[in-house]
Structures are given as structure tokens and as C-alpha cells.
Design a protein around this ligand. Structure first.
Ligand code: MG
Length: 252
């Protein structure tokens, strides 16, 4: 009897664990001391506090070097229009240089417990969306990171090309303007939508789950919102600027 009771408890506790959403640090854990958005330190720190994944943004320079940075411009220079040589001396807020994708991924290799939530920014045209998607997959495969990399993009072109060149990879769409069914029809594997989209479409999380899509919500900050989404059914992943707060909430 006692044995059955223990196995019952184990089953219940594993279900509780399964129901908990994963924690993704938005642009890495950049609020930590010594960190900055999309810096190499932000990935290290996300891994150190036990984030399931760390999100980062990727652009392609004019001369074809993928770099990790959020905005389209830095110090008034448009990344897509400039060479890497021009960007390489610009420092982030924590004193690091803007990392190339290769530098960033090589650091990620040292933290195998943290997934890469790899955002491809929407580039100027379809050709460049395709090129950055191809180069990204090539580099991820070369560095043997494919099994722990999930791609995300606001660009339909990029999602399409990613799915073509890496049909086994997870590809989630960010823009919130496609119903789960439409995402599924395109062969993509998840929706990664702004929290407002789930407020406006309360059925989308459960619809997506029924279709076998993964559901990620961004960017959820503050204890109240984090608690609300942590309890919401159908949410697999929460992307937040407050990963430490979310980890605490989930641990309660
Ligand atoms: Mg991003």
C-alpha cells in the first residue's frame, strides 16, 4: 500500500513539474551585475541562475558577418549597411564588444544546460532574410548546437527559410498575426507571441497545444504578470527580463 502511495506521489509531483513553464531570459540575463543586453556575460548569467533558455538577437552586417545585437542601429550606424570592421570596436554597456554570432555560440558551448533561443531579426529584403537564416543554421550545425537551438523570428521569410534548411529544427513565429492553425500549416513548430496577443485571443494557447505547437509568451515582467502566465494553461515557455523573479515564483 505504502509503495503505491509513494508511486502516486511521484506521479503527481512529476505532473506538477511538467506543467511548469520554462524560463527564458530575454536578451540574456542582462539585469545582473556586469551584464548587458545580448552580451556574452548575459548568456553566462542566464545559465548560472538556471534559466532553461536564453534569448538573443542576430543581424547580418553588410559584409556578411552575423552579429548579436538587438537594435537595427548602433550609435547611429545601421548594422545591415556597415561592415563588421566598423562595428567591432563599439562597446556594450558592460564594456564588452558586440559579439559575433560565432563568439556568442562558442561561449554557449560551455553552458550545455541552457538552450539557445535564437532570434533572427527581420532584414531589409527576402534575400537577406534567407541569407542570415542559412548562415545561422550552418554555424549552429558546425558548432554542434542544433539539438539545443530553437529559432524564432518576426519575419515570415526567415521562418520559411529556416524550416527549409533545417526541417528538424524548432521554428516559432513571433509576430502574433497568424492563428495557431496557420502557423501549423506552414510547418513551423511554435507560436512565440506578445502577452497582449494571448489576452486578445484567450483560446490561442490551448488551440496551439492541441495542434502540437509549442507556446512561448513574451515579454512578461513583474511578479503579478509572471504569476498569471505561470498559471495559464497551455503556456510552455515564459520569456522575461526578470528570470530570477520567475524562477522564485515557480519554486514556491
Ligand atoms: Mg529578441
Amino acid at each position: 500500500m505504502q509503495r503505491y502511495f509513494i508511486s502516486f506521489l511521484l506521479t503527481v509531483s512529476s505532473l506538477v513539474c511538467l506543467a511548469q513553464p520554462h524560463v527564458v531570459a530575454h536578451r540574456g540575463y542582462w539585469k545582473a551585475e556586469g551584464s548587458a543586453q545580448n552580451s556574452i556575460a548575459s548568456f553566462q548569467k542566464a545559465a548560472q541562475i538556471g534559466c532553461w533558455g536564453s534569448e538573443f538577437d542576430v543581424w547580418l552586417t553588410a559584409d556578411g558577418v552575423p552579429v548579436v545585437f538587438h537594435d537595427a542601429t548602433v550609435e547611429g550606424i545601421r548594422i545591415e549597411d556597415t561592415t563588421y570592421a566598423t562595428l567591432m570596436n563599439i562597446r556594450l554597456k558592460n564594456g564588452e564588444f558586440i559579439p559575433t554570432l560565432q563568439q556568442y555560440l562558442m561561449e554557449a558551448q560551455r553552458h550545455p544546460e541552457c538552450r539557445l533561443i535564437f532570434e533572427i531579426k527581420p532584414h531589409r529584403n527576402e534575400k537577406r532574410d534567407s541569407r542570415i537564416s542559412e548562415l545561422s543554421v550552418e554555424l549552429v550545425n558546425m558548432l554542434d548546437l542544433a539539438s539545443r537551438t530553437d529559432y524564432i523570428s518576426f519575419s515570415k521569410n526567415a521562418c520559411k527559410r529556416l524550416h527549409e534548411v533545417a526541417p528538424e529544427a524548432k521554428v516559432a513565429y513571433l509576430n502574433g498575426d497568424l492563428a495557431p492553425k496557420e502557423v501549423k500549416e506552414r510547418g513551423w513548430t511554435g507560436i512565440d507571441y506578445n502577452s497582449k496577443v494571448f489576452d486578445n485571443h484567450p483560446d490561442w494557447a490551448s488551440e496551439a497545444k492541441q495542434l502540437g505547437l509549442e507556446v512561448n509568451v513574451w515579454t512578461v515582467d513583474g511578479e503579478e504578470a509572471l504569476t498569471r502566465f505561470a498559471k495559464m494553461s497551455g503556456i510552455d515557455i515564459i520569456t522575461t527580463n526578470d528570470p530570477e523573479t520567475l524562477i522564485k515564483i515557480l519554486g514556491r
